[in-house]
Design a binder for this molecule. Structure first.
Ligand SMILES: [Zn+2]
Length: 199
C-alpha cells in the first residue's frame, strides 16, 4: 500500500538529504506527522530562515546573519593576522580553542586539480585584495586541512604571497595527517597554532 500523497512527498524530500535513505526518511516523516504541530512549524520555519537570513561576510567570506560578520567587526582582534581556512566549520574549530585573536579568510574549498578546482574557484582573489589593503606587515596563517588538497593549497599560497613580501605560516603537525580540522579537538588545534612553522 502506498503512503498518502503528502506523506510520500515529505519522505521524498527527506531522502534528498545526505545520509538519509528511504527507511530513515519514512521514520522521520511519520514522526513529524505524529508530533505536535509546533514541531512541523518550527522545522519549516528554521529551514526557510536559514536560506533567507544566512549570507556570506563580504570581508572574510564566513557564513553570517550580519555582513560584516561579528569577527570582522571586532576591533579588539589583530587585523594583521589572517588565518586562512577551507570551510566555515574550520573557522569555528579554531575559534573554539580561544587562542586565536586575529582575523579569518574562508576559501570555501581547497585546490584540487583532480576535481578541477583551481584558484579561480576559491576566494583567493579576495584574499589578495584584503592583504593589499592591510599592507606587508600581515602574517598569513594557513590552516587548511592536513591532507593532499590542503597541503597543495598551503604551498600555492606560500608561492604567491612570499615573493611579494608577506609572512606565511602553516599549522604545525600534531593534527592527525589527513585530518579535517572540523573534527580535531581544540587542544590539538591550539598547540599546532602555537607551534606554527614558516612556509
Ligand atoms: Zn567576516
Amino acid at each position: 500500500m502506498a503512503h498518502p500523497g503528502p506523506i510520500a512527498r515529505l519522505i521524498e524530500q527527506f531522502q534528498k538529504l545526505p545520509g538519509i535513505g528511504e527507511k530513515t526518511a519514512t521514520r522521520l516523516a511519520y514522526h513529524v506527522l505524529k508530533s505536535a504541530p509546533v514541531l512541523a512549524q518550527g522545522l519549516a520555519e528554521a529551514i526557510r530562515r536559514v536560506k533567507e537570513e544566512v549570507v556570506l561576510c563580504r570581508s572574510c567570506w564566513n557564513l553570517t546573519d550580519a555582513d560584516p560578520c561579528a569577527i570582522c567587526r571586532d576591533d579588539r582582534r589583530d587585523p594583521l593576522q589572517i588565518c586562512v581556512v577551507e570551510e566555515p566549520p574550520d573557522l569555528l574549530a579554531i575559534e573554539r580553542t580561544g587562542k586565536f585573536r586575529g582575523h579569518f579568510h574562508v576559501l570555501h574549498g581547497a585546490l584540487s586539480p583532480l576535481d578541477g578546482i583551481g584558484p579561480d574557484d576559491l576566494h583567493f582573489g579576495e584574499l589578495l585584495d584584503r592583504l593589499e589593503k592591510l599592507g606587508k606587515k600581515c602574517e598569513v596563517i594557513v590552516a587548511t586541512n592536513l591532507n593532499a588538497d590542503g597541503e597543495a593549497t598551503a604551498l600555492y599560497l606560500a608561492r604567491i604571497l612570499k615573493p611579494i613580501g608577506y609572512r606565511v605560516t602553516r599549522l604545525a603537525q600534531g593534527i592527525p595527517t589527513g585530518g579535517d580540522l572540523e573534527y580535531v579537538d581544540p587542544l590539538s588545534i591550539a598547540k599546532s597554532l602555537e607551534n606554527r612553522r614558516e612556509l
